[in-house]
Design a protein around this ligand. Structure first.
Ligand SMILES: Nc1ncnc2c1ncn2[C@@H]1O[C@H](COP(=O)(O)OP(=O)(O)OP(=O)(O)O)[C@@H](O)[C@H]1O
Ligand SMILES: [Mg+2]
Length: 422
């Protein structure tokens, strides 16, 4: 594909960026599109995996047939087989009538199985069968049916680990991974981060009829050096936050530093741009730095947990004053909980206070005193934030997840975790 064809694709799908890894991913998508081969898209959360299946479908012979995107992580385990493969009348308590699943409805078209790593093992076995033979069986039936569906799958989890832990079938992995497409993390895309910032700044300015924010040179440098754990989703949220909250339209490095916490910024800089020549000494320094940061994180988490136990009524007051902003913890790069494999999860919250010295509704935003907002309070606040987002979006999870700046899968998990009724 020559560069003008590539640019046409980018324009058509609103894909911003010029990095060679991004171009390579789009190139592979276009090349594989006319075939029926399965494609597995991998990449960290927020890198833009969801654009690829659309490009594949629209450039395939199946483009006039159906395209379905299914988030495997957001469908409850008890209903996913029926959703995908359909069911017979009476197959389970609520099965009042028979129903086609996605494999029947998408016949001739493309199914995008997003968050495929979340599929239950029993469903994985059914999926393997349909991939190998084109055959499937509805829940509650013994009749074998045929379908012709092209599968494109995506995941942000490490499927090799999932295979080791017996959560994902190895045979299915190889079947899905016929053509792998890796979406690069934002920190490896060089100046793309600045282009994306500009695009999001213009989008939000048009939406709210205000001048777009611009970056000074040192602010651009900071953006390019930062590690972006939440990738493009995080950048989008950040750009929107700054556009709305900051009065200044020229964003300096100092203004940016109000939104990227020093800890996060430090480790981001170290990870993304080790200065000086690439030597063993440098690498050792980086590793020490990371271990040191990790140790500090664990120490402060312990402190937070201890403090939370001692929390008194005054903390309750603080809690009730806290106004969640919708920024995601991952987006701010601040771990509240560390799971066994060391993955940071959870949300940070910011407190917005109306300045007592002004009457112009001026808002000051400061990172909330995280140490005082111990885990329990954070959980309450996070739960509240999720409920509010779901209400705002009339229960539409995809939309609510987008507003919260988290993936639909994470939202689904949190709904379960907090037993939120939807
Ligand atoms: N190259 C790009 N140009 C413009 N916007 C992009 C680009 N890549 C991603 N985005 C935007 O970034 C956001 C996150 O992208 P997307 O939902 O595809 O992430 P993802 O890789 O599926 O993440 P997750 O694994 O968490 O689901 C979306 O709003 C998307 O429109
Ligand atoms: Mg996604």
């Amino acid at each position: 594909m020559n560069s003008s064809e590539l640019q046409n694709i980018k324009n058509r799908y609103n894909v911003i960026g010029r990095s060679s890894e991004l171009d390579q991913a789009i190139n592979v998508a276009i090349q594989v599109a006319p075939t029926d081969l399965s494609v597995l898209i991998t990449g960290e959360s927020g890198v833009g995996k969801e654009i690829i299946p659309r490009i594949i479908h629209d450039n395939s012979a199946r483009k006039h047939k159906k395209f379905f995107a299914i988030n495997c992580g957001s469908i409850p385990e008890g209903t996913i087989d029926s959703e995908l493969f359909g069911h017979e009348k009476g197959a389970f308590t609520d099965a009042h009538g028979e129903r086609d699943g996605y494999f029947a409805t998408a016949n001739g078209g493309t199914l995008f199985l997003d968050e495929v790593g979340e599929l239950p093992l029993a469903t994985q076995a059914r999926l393997l069968r349909v991939l190998e033979t084109g055959e499937y069986i509805r829940v509650g039936s013994s009749q074998v049916r045929k379908t012709d569906v092209r599968i494109v799958a995506a995941t942000n989890v490490n499927l090799h680990n999932a295979i080791k832990e017996r959560r994902f079938r190895e045979d299915l992995y190889y079947r899905l991974n016929t053509i792998p497409i890796k979406m690069p993390p934002l920190r490896e895309r060089g100046e793309d981060v600045v282009l994306l910032f500009r695009k999001f700044a213009v989008d939000i300015s048009e939406k709210y009829g205000m001048p777009a924010i611009q970056l000074t040179d040192d602010a651009k440098q900071l953006l390019m050096q930062y590690s972006w754990p939440g990738n493009i989703r995080q950048l989008k949220n950040l750009t929107e936050q700054i556009s709305i909250i900051t009065k200044e339209r020229v964003i300096t490095r100092d203004i940016l530093l109000q939104y990227i916490t020093p800890d996060e910024q430090q480790s981001g800089l170290v990870l993304a741009n080790p200065t000086g020549p690439h030597t063993f000494e440098n690498e050792r320094g980086i590793i020490y730095k990371l271990l040191f940061d990790l140790k500090n994180d664990v120490a402060s988490l312990k402190q937070m947990i201890n403090d939370s136990k001692k929390q008194t009524a005054s903390t309750e007051k603080l809690r009730s004053e806290a106004v969640p902003l919708g920024g995601n913890l991952l987006d701010q790069g601040f771990p509240t909980t560390i799971t066994m494999d060391g993955t940071p999860q959870g949300d940070i919250q910011y407190r917005i206070t109306t300045s007592p010295h002004t009457n112009d509704n001026h808002m000051e935003i400061t990172p909330a005193e995280v140490v005082e907002e111990a885990p329990l309070s954070m959980r309450d606040s996070e739960k509240k934030q999720i409920i509010q987002a779901l209400e705002r979006c009339h229960g539409k999870r995809r939309q609510a997840a987008e507003q919260l700046g988290i993936s639909e899968r994470t939202l689904y998990r949190k709904i379960k975790e907090y037993a939120i009724e939807v």
